[in-house]
Ligand binder design. Structure first.
Ligand SMILES: Nc1ncnc2c1ncn2[C@@H]1O[C@H](COP(=O)(O)OP(=O)(O)OP(=O)(O)O)[C@@H](O)[C@H]1O
Ligand SMILES: [Mg+2]
Length: 258
């Protein structure tokens, strides 16, 4: 009898005991967590605690770390089309049209790909395909960056403070857009943010990272699940309670720092 090979179910992303030192100083220490398909997880912590460093390691932009990072059961080294990265600033190429920027991972001047128009429609920029980045507002440019991040059909989006440079109203709209896009595409997201309300509104879980340069540096100190069903109200009382818990967690860390 032939027994079929059944691949064991695994998490989309597994970060195992990841450590990082800069100039002899520990920035990340034994960071371990898993992220499931379609899950939205926020990473919060004081400035300089290693959030961007961790994202760069997961994105494959920095291979100089200890521990292991696995994507869908395979060790992850180097950048991968399965992981999209979105930074604080849109980082669009100024000489390319919006459409060519969205399709850039397929090669230069690939803006005629039909997926470009689908994605631009989803982010509300169907009419801007021929525009140049200098003609866009900050919020529009970040929507182009979201479309570009989704163009290669990634399983995971890594977002490093993606909405911190826009005004409050644009920010809430971009948060809702991120939710609808990740849901529509089944994409998981790991989001770095300093905004606790944003983390609680968007996430299935919030991870709290302790600061570098002290005892306990660079370790995950909280992993808080948010069970509040979606669509969520930004004024939901259960989120307010979790806000206090997270704020106290961050303040506790702040007290450790002083
Ligand atoms: N290339 C580098 N060389 C030396 N030290 C670095 C380098 N990059 C980052 N660091 C240090 O590593 C620590 C973590 O930096 P990182 O940028 O990951 O912090 P962060 O949590 O993203 O901070 P912020 O919230 O301000 O963006 C900081 O103390 C920073 O000074
Ligand atoms: Mg950072």
């Amino acid at each position: 009898m032939v027994i079929p090979f059944v691949r064991p179910a695994c998490s989309l992303l597994e970060v195992r005991e990841v450590g990082k030192r800069y100039d002899g100083r520990t920035v990340l220490d034994g960071v371990t967590f898993a992220l499931q398909r379609g899950e939205i997880v926020s990473l919060v912590g004081p400035s300089g605690c290693g959030k961007s460093t961790l994202l760069r390691a997961i994105a494959g932009l920095d291979g100089d770390f200890s521990g292991e990072i696995w994507l869908d059961g395979v060790p992850q080294r180097g950048s991968s089309a399965r992981i999209g990265v979105i930074f604080q600033e849109p980082r669009l190429l100024p000489w390319l049209t919006v459409a060519d920027n969205v399709a850039f991972s397929a090669g230069p001047r690939r803006g005629s790909d039909p997926r470009v128009d689908e994605l631009l429609g989803e982010v509300g920029l169907a009419d801007a395909r021929q525009a140049l980045p200098k003609q866009l507002s900050g919020g529009m440019a970040q929507r182009v960056a979201l479309a570009r991040g989704l163009f290669p059909k990634p399983d995971l989006l890594l977002l490093d403070e993606p909405f911190s440079a826009v005004d409050a109203m644009t920010r809430t709209r971009l948060q809702d857009l991120l939710l609808s896009l990740t849901l529509a595409h089944g994409t998981a997201a790991l989001l770095v943010t300093h905004d606790l309300d944003e983390a609680l509104y968007l996430s299935d879980r919030v991870l709290l990272l302790a600061p570098s340069g002290r005892a306990g540096a660079g370790r995950l100190v909280r992993d808080i699940a948010i069970a509040t069903p979606r669509p969520r109200s930004r004024r939901d009382e259960s989120l307010a309670g979790l806000h206090t818990e997270l704020f106290d967690g961050l303040n506790g860390i702040g007290a450790l720092q002083s």
